[in-house]
Ligand binder design. Sequence first.
Ligand code: NAD
Length: 250
Amino acid sequence: MSDEFRGLRALVTGGASGIGLATAELLAARGAAVACLDLDGAAVPAPLLGVTADVTDDPAVRAAVAEAAARLGGLDVLVNNAGIGAQGTVEDNPDDQWHRVLDVNVLGIVRVTRAALPHLRRSAHAAIVNTCSIAATAGLPRRALYGASKGAVLSLTLAMAADHLADGVRVNCVNPGTVDTPWVGRLLDAAPDPGAERAALAARQPTGRLVRPEEVAEAIAHLAGPRAGATTGTWLAVDGGMAGLRTRPR
Ligand code: NAD
């Protein structure tokens, strides 16, 4: 196992579950000191450091980021991963649902980044990775709100990369396909036939299977690490070929 992150300090939002937890564990295994910001920081398993905040609550975010930076001795890497889903067409989601999802998925990144930047600017290896989605670049059915939120995450990633280049902060994002996390587990549990729904989600990806959280974590770790020093203002798809291929699983 590489020790690329030895001596570096990372903060992962939404780090108590799914992609965030897999990322935090991978960064720690590669030598980073890692804090996870989540709704319930106590749910974050040791030796990861849990800090509690809702990314829609600006004072709580500022306090949690300050706590993480103080306990880790600074910040080099920020993974903006906390996010929520929404299903439906523009006719299905009322305005308050739009406000809520955009508040978490887009403004959540803005708040955490704002609080973390003063620490990141002091790092010699500063990097931000945002968790975006295939929904940012593909028209998925019944994902109007979710797709709009992730489209904004993609644009925000590019704008942040431009704005913070001079600060020495690289900014990129990952675009996962359907990932086998507790989130997708909840979606499947709510379906009339969870087995058939899982098969349908898998078949949507040319590789014919769901992406594993560890596979997204690998991509995030690559973009976050010093070896990706020439990579900023771009995205990396981890989507089983969904965005680029015009084939179906055999
Ligand atoms: P998950 O539900 O397993 O984990 C999400 C974590 O974020 C949870 O620990 C949750 O408590 C935390 N969180 C949610 N709202 C929060 C808030 N307001 N403040 C702080 N923490 C909050 O989900 P996941 O599948 O691991 O998704 C993580 C990210 O990956 C999300 O941004 C999601 O949009 C993105 N994504 C997921 C998939 C997928 O198929 N699972 C695909 C593409 C993108």
